[in-house]
Ligand binder design. Sequence first.
Ligand SMILES: NC(=O)c1ccc[n+]([C@@H]2O[C@H](COP(=O)([O-])OP(=O)(O)OC[C@H]3O[C@@H](n4cnc5c(N)ncnc54)[C@H](OP(=O)(O)O)[C@@H]3O)[C@@H](O)[C@H]2O)c1
Length: 352
Amino acid sequence: MSGFEIPQTHRAVIVQTDTTIRTEERPIPAVGENEILVKVSAIAVNPTDWKHARRINNPGTILGCDFSGIVVQAGQGLRVPVKVGDKVAASLRGGVDKERGAFAEYVKVSADLAWIIPEGTYTFEEAATIGIPLYTSVIALYGPNSLKLPQPGDANPPAPGTWLFVYGGSSSVGQYAIQLAKLSGYKVITTASKRNHELVESLGADLVFDYNDPDVVHRIKKATDNDIHLVFDTISEDYTYPIILGSVAGEKPAKISVLHKPNPEFAEQREDVQWLETFIFTAYGPTVNTKDDEEERAVLSTFLWEKLPGLVTGGLKPNVIKKFDGGLDNVEAALDYLVQGKASGEKIVYTI
Ligand SMILES: NC(=O)c1ccc[n+]([C@@H]2O[C@H](COP(=O)([O-])OP(=O)(O)OC[C@H]3O[C@@H](n4cnc5c(N)ncnc54)[C@H](OP(=O)(O)O)[C@@H]3O)[C@@H](O)[C@H]2O)c1
């Protein structure tokens, strides 16, 4: 009755016991309450995908988080106005469930974790890049347990000239974080390798410095008149914390939003610093191995349904795309590329 012919089975990328992945035939999953079934047009690959395949390794589960396509079936009790035939993109936690994962021909996903692609804006490939990178930026910047910044269009913008330091501006997460921070009214300072300075400036960064420069902390403090109190570290590793801690001013308390909890050597170094950790899957609701946070989920889905389409229509730039060939059968090549640290200012996508 959906108007789309849905097959009994489809192909999906399955995590294997030896940490490799393989394309296998799977039954089409039945949609439940507030769920939609999407025929996939494009998928995008994130670092978390190789971590789920090779480190977390739940054999038999479908890998992949981010995808786009056309809604072919809608369940009961939808919390958002989505319907069969809509072009959508969405994100979910892949590599933990045998029925759902983005690297497949059909994906079932909670409707409120999708968003409708406004006609005449993004291609399916561009829309697939939004998932984890943008959703994470939304929670790290606006989430109830993070920086809680004013959102684009809110009535309480920051004081003019307030700095936000986005560490790692050329990463997939960083590219969206810069744009959101600018739309929220902040002055943005960021770091990237020299080859990506033009890219981050094109996204709106006011200042960019090369994190490979041994003098980077001094340059950041000088350029901002030693006035940084808000940071989003989109990389969050032992090698990023010294630059961040060195760059925050120290005259009033600072908030640092991170994606991985720093070890005590960094976490306990400064009493005037509040560390705020984002783990995006807590906002995705009941999934295996994560704690859930309904408030985060509400912030995220409200953003996806009330703000994102307007921002996309208004010129929000998708991640720079690097297309890999071979579809689902060649996803291992993308995992290798990310493990080897080759991604620089780019997002790997496949057309399905
Ligand atoms: N906790 C969560 O919920 C969550 C959510 C999303 C992502 N993450 C994690 O966040 C990290 C970033 O994810 P992503 O998808 O944005 O990654 P990505 O796009 O694959 O990151 C690639 C970028 O990292 C930059 N980079 C590499 N080494 C760096 C260094 N030493 N200092 C600064 N930048 C460096 C590179 O910048 P240049 O090329 O300019 O040098 C490159 O553009 C990953 O570890 C991911 O697993 C966590």
